[in-house]
Design a protein around this ligand. Structure first.
Ligand code: HEM
Ligand code: NAG
Ligand code: NAG
Length: 540
C-alpha cells in the first residue's frame, strides 16, 4: 500500500515539476519577446495565442499571405509563431545572405531538429556545428558533377521503367491511360535514391510493390513527422518527450529495421572495398563512394566518418531526396498540362535528340528543358520556407536602412540570442519586385534573360532560394536536377499529357512543403490524376 502511495506521490511531483517548468518556460519566452529589439518591427496581428499566425499561413495557398504582409509592412517584419513566439521574417536578400553564410551562428531551431531527428535520425539534415562541417566535407564529393554524371544512367533506366509501366496502363484502357502521377513518380524517385544512394533496389515499379520489412518500416517513419499539437508541444517542451506513446514505440521499431538494412548494406560495401577484384569494378552509389573515400590514406583519421554517421545518412537521403523530387516533377507535368503550347515546344526539342539514353551533358545541353525545370523550381518549389535561430546577439545587415519607432535611421537590425527567424523560399521566388508583374505566371522563356534584381538572391542555384544557399544548401541539388531532367526527357518524349480533372480542382496544400490535393477529394491525400496518350499514336 505504502509503495503504491509513494508511486502516486512520485508521479504527482513529476507532473508538478513538468507544469512548473512549462509555466517558467512560457514566462521566459514572453519576457524575452517584450524586451526584444525586434518588437519595434511592424507586422500583422496574431489571431490565436496557441498557433499565432501559423494556421493562417498554412490555410493560404502559395505564399500569398506573406507576400501581402511584405507589401503592407516592408521587407523585414515580425509575426507570431507557436505559443506566441515572435518570428522575424525577412525578404531582404542581404539579411538572408548573412544568415545563410553564417550557419554556425544561425542554426536550425531545436524543435525542428527534434522533429527531423524523430524522422531521419542524426544525419546531415539534423547535425550542427563541427559535426556538420565534418559530415558535409566527407560527403560533398559524392554529390559533385563528376559523380552525378555517373549516376545519370540509373536516372534514365528507372525513367524508362516508369515509361514502360505507363505504356501498359495505356494498352489496358484502349489508348488513353489514367495515371496518378505523384504516386508513380514517388515510387520512381524512391527507387532511384535507393539504387543511387546505397545500391538498394526497392523494385517497386512493376505492379504491386513487394511487401518487405524495409519498405514498410520506411513508410511508417515517413508518417512520423505529423502536424499534431502533441508533436509541437514535445518539440517546444523537451520534458514532454520523455512520455512514451504507442506510435513512438512503432516508429522506434521501424527505425531499427531501417538501421539493420542500412548496416547490412554498409558491411557489404566495406567487404567489396577490401576485395581487390570487387574494388576494381567501382560501384557508383553514394554509400560505396563514402566507404572508398574513408579507406583512402590521404584523409586524416579525424576527418573519417564513423559507421554510425554513415548509417544516419541512409534515412536522410531517403527522405530528403525522394518526395521533394517527385513533387517537383509532378508540378512540372501539371504546368505542362495547363499550357499545351509549352508541352509541344518541349516535346519537339526532346524528340530531336537521337538517343533514348542521353548522358548528363546531353540532358544539360537542352535549353528549353532547362528553362522548364527552372520555371518549375521557381513557381512550384517543394520547400516553401525554412527556420533558423540566432545562437548569439547579432546585427543583421539590410539592403535598405529602416526608420525605427524612435525615428532613428538604422543600417542594420539588432537581434538577440535565441531570436527565431523565418527564411522565405517561395515568397522570394514569386516576388513581383524581382521577377516582374507576371511573376505568378509559368513562363519558361523568362529564363532567356535573368532579371537584374534576381542576381542579389543568395541561392546556391538559379538565382533562386529553392535549394537554399550557403554551407547548408541542398547537397543533392545537382542530383535532383539531372534526375528531373531524365524523367521529363523520357516521359514527354513518349506521352502527351492532360489533366484528368478540371484545372480548378487542383490546389496546393502548403505547410513547410507544397503538395497537390483535389478540392473534391481532400481526404484522398496528395494526388495528381493525369490522362496520358502515346505520342506516336497521336501522330497517326
Ligand atoms: C527538387 C528536389 C529538392 C529540393 C527542392 C531540395 C531542397 C532542399 C532545401 C531547401 C534544403 C535546405 C533545408 C533547410 O535548411 O531547411 C535541402 C537540404 C538538403 N537536401 Fe535537398 N532538395 C531536393 C533534393 C534532394 C536530393 C535528391 C537529395 C539527396 C540525394 C537531397 C539531400 C539534401 C540534404 C542531405 C540536405 C541537408 C544539407 C545540409 O544541411 O547540409 N535533396 N534540400
Ligand atoms: C572509416 O574509417 C575508420 C577508421 O579507419 C573506421 O573505424 C570506420 O568504420 C570507417 N567508416 C566507414 C563508413 O567505412
Ligand atoms: C510529396 O508528395 C507526397 C505524396 O506522395 C507527400 O506525402 C509528400 O509530403 C510531398 N512532399 C513534398 C516535399 O512536398
Amino acid at each position: 500500500m505504502g509503495n503504491v502511495l509513494s508511486l502516486y506521490q512520485l508521479l504527482g511531483s513529476v507532473a508538478g515539476v513538468l507544469i512548473l517548468y512549462g509555466v517558467f518556460k512560457f514566462a521566459q519566452l514572453q519576457y524575452n519577446q517584450w524586451t526584444s529589439p525586434i518588437c519595434d518591427l511592424p507586422g500583422p496581428k496574431s489571431p490565436s495565442w496557441l498557433w499565432g499566425n501559423i494556421r493562417e499561413i498554412w490555410s493560404d495557398e502559395h505564399s500569398a499571405l506573406q507576400e501581402k504582409w511584405v507589401e503592407q509592412y516592408g521587407l523585414t517584419i515580425k509575426y507570431k509563431g507557436f505559443l506566441g513566439m515572435t518570428q522575424l521574417y525577412t525578404m531582404d536578400p542581404k539579411a538572408i545572405g548573412h544568415i545563410l553564410m553564417n550557419n554556425q551562428e544561425y542554426q536550425k531551431p531545436d524543435h525542428l531538429r527534434y522533429i527531423l531527428n524523430q524522422v531521419v535520425g542524426s544525419g546531415l539534415l539534423v547535425v550542427e556545428g563541427e559535426k556538420h562541417k565534418q559530415q558535409r566535407r566527407a560527403m560533398n564529393p559524392a554529390f559533385g558533377a563528376a559523380q552525378i554524371r555517373e549516376l545519370t544512367e540509373i536516372f534514365i533506366d528507372k525513367s524508362i521503367e516508369l515509361r514502360d509501366a505507363w505504356t501498359i496502363e495505356i494498352a489496358k484502357h484502349g489508348g488513353i491511360g489514367k495515371v496518378e502521377a505523384l504516386g508513380w513518380l514517388s515510387k520512381t524517385t524512391l527507387n532511384i535514391i535507393g539504387l543511387a544512394g546505397f545500391n538498394y533496389d526497392f523494385d517497386n515499379l512493376g505492379g504491386a510493390p513487394k511487401p518487405n520489412d524495409f519498405n514498410e518500416a520506411f513508410s511508417l517513419v515517413l508518417k512520423a513527422g505529423t502536424r499534431s499539437v502533441l508533436v509541437f508541444l514535445r518539440a517546444v517542451f523537451p520534458p514532454l518527450r520523455l512520455l512514451p506513446t504507442v506510435r513512438r514505440a512503432k516508429v522506434r521499431k521501424a527505425q531499427a529495421t531501417i538501421a539493420q538494412v542500412g548496416n547490412k548494406l554498409l558491411q557489404e560495401s566495406k567487404a567489396r572495398g577490401l576485395d581487390p577484384e570487387q574494388a576494381a569494378k567501382k560501384r557508383r552509389d553514394v554509400l560505396s563512394l563514402l566507404v572508398r573515400a574513408n579507406m583512402s590514406k590521404d584523409i586524416p583519421e579525424s576527418q573519417k566518418m564513423s559507421d554510425e554517421d554513415v548509417l544516419a545518412q541512409v534515412p536522410t537521403f531517403l527522405i530528403a531526396g525522394h518526395e521533394t523530387t517527385s513533387n517537383a516533377t509532378t508540378w512540372t507535368l501539371y504546368a505542362l498540362c495547363r499550357d499545351q503550347e509549352i508541352q509541344k515546344k518541349l516535346r519537339e526539342e526532346l524528340i530531336s535528340v537521337p538517343t533514348e539514353n542521353p548522358t548528363m551533358d546531353e540532358l544539360n545541353a537542352l535549353p528549353y528543358l532547362d528553362f522548364v525545370v527552372r520555371e518549375t523550381m521557381r513557381l512550384h518549389t517543394p520547400q516553401v520556407s525554412t527556420f533558423r535561430i540566432a545562437t548569439r546577439d547579432d546585427v543583421l545587415p539590410l539592403s535598405k536602412p529602416f526608420t525605427d519607432k524612435q525615428g532613428r535611421v538604422q543600417e542594420g537590425l539588432s537581434i538577440r540570442k535565441g531570436q527565431a527567424l523565418t527564411i522565405p523560399i517561395l515568397a522570394l521566388n514569386r516576388a513581383k519586385w524581382i521577377w516582374g508583374e507576371d511573376a505568378a505566371e509559368f513562363r519558361p522563356e523568362r529564363w532567356a534573360s535573368v532579371p537584374e534584381a534576381a542576381m542579389a538572391i543568395p541561392g546556391v542555384w538559379g538565382n533562386m532560394m529553392s535549394f537554399l544557399g550557403g554551407p547548408r544548401a541542398c547537397i543533392g541539388y545537382r542530383f535532383a536536377l539531372v534526375e528531373m531532367k531524365a524523367l521529363l526527357f523520357t516521359l514527354i518524349r513518349s506521352f502527351e499529357f492532360e489533366l484528368a480533372v478540371p484545372v480548378e480542382e487542383v490546389t496546393k496544400h502548403t505547410t513547410i512543403m507544397q503538395r497537390p490535393v483535389l478540392k473534391s477529394d481532400p481526404k484522398g491525400g496528395n494526388q495528381m490524376p493525369l490522362l496520358i496518350r502515346s505520342v506516336s499514336q497521336s501522330w497517326m
